[in-house]
Write a protein that binds this ligand. Structure first.
Ligand SMILES: [Fe+2]
Ligand SMILES: [Fe+2]
Length: 293
């Protein structure tokens, strides 16, 4: 699997930043909370992998690392602009981004490079699990505002495409044995606690700041169902994949969902066609971004 850097731009209607998901603002803000994690998070991922680049001699993995960094750089750029739209809509996007940056900078200072790479491996498993969920059941995003749905689908596809890169780097640069296993799985437990605490905190803050949109029991119920519903809920949906990470011989491609990747070319064509048909929408979305700057 060779990750390719795809330089795509998305027309995100600024006036729908708080309400672009088919299921309404509550679910929209769950995705928005995740978006707030990407710029700081993905910079951390790129740096922790870059640190070990010189120790990788296998040409195929070297190329995959380049592709991984290229893809995460594009995701970072697009999520910065997406988050600027949230800021322009009156949400504390920049403040929450700064907080996460501070938290991750603290991790850079306190933890050895190996533990930082273990954090990336664990969080890349999270992005792969959540991406897989989005791609397995298109009803989780379909029917939402086009630009936002395309951007999340693009991100999910590329997270799937590069899901094993940081893990393969980890296995290459760390000595095999129980210590490697314990660092990887212990880090996953710690990352799980912090990741969901931060997502929950950011989600609630966005909902509180956007309360003018009329928070009601129906909206709340829709997000509870979206996250915890036994059939399609996010948490039940990732439980098995999360547990698989603890198998000593785990590899991200044990769960072979590469069939989804056949959708990439169609998506790229659809994004290009949408931008060509309505270049004004892309410009307008950029103007919204500049307003927040
Ligand atoms: Fe990404
Ligand atoms: Fe990633």
């Amino acid at each position: 699997m060779m990750p390719l850097r795809r330089d795509l731009r998305f027309a995100l209607p600024a006036d729908r930043a708080c309400d672009w998901h088919r299921l309404g603002p509550h679910v929209t803000h769950f995705f928005n909370a995740l978006s707030l994690l990407f710029p700081a998070g993905e910079r951390f991922f790129m740096d922790s992998v870059r640190h070990y680049r010189d120790q990788i001699t296998e040409p195929e993995l070297k190329k995959q690392v380049l592709g991984f960094i290229g893809q995460e750089a594009m995701h970072t750029r697009e999520h910065i602009e997406y988050n600027d739209l949230l800021e322009a809509a009156g949400l504390p996007a920049h403040l929450l981004d700064r907080r996460l940056t501070m938290f991750l900078d603290l991790n850079r200072k306190l933890l050895p490079a190996s533990h930082q790479l273990a954090m990336t491996v664990a969080l890349e498993h999270y992005t792969a699990m959540l991406a897989g969920l989005l791609l397995d059941d298109s009803s989780r995003i379909e029917g939402s505002v086009e630009g936002y749905a395309q951007m999340w689908t693009w991100h999910a596809l590329e997270e799937t495409e590069h899901k094993s890169v940081s893990y393969d780097v980890w296995n290459t640069v760390m000595k095999p044995g129980p210590v490697r296993y314990l660092i990887r799985t212990g880090t996953m437990l710690a990352v799980t606690v912090f990741f969901w605490l931060i997502v929950f905190d950011y989600h609630v803050r966005l909902l509180i700041r956007d309360r003018k949109r009329g928070h009601n029991l129906r909206g709340l119920w829709s997000v509870v169902k979206f996250l915890y519903g036994p059939k399609h809920g996010v948490f039940p949906g990732i439980a098995r994949e999360w547990l698989r990470f603890f198998k000593p011989g785990f590899h991200p491609w044990d769960h072979d969902n590469r069939a989804h990747l056949a959708r990439i070319d169609g998506l790229v064509a659809a994004v290009d066609a949408a931008n060509a048909a309505n270049p004004g929408a892309l410009k307008k979305s950029r103007r919204g971004v500049r307003a927040a700057a």
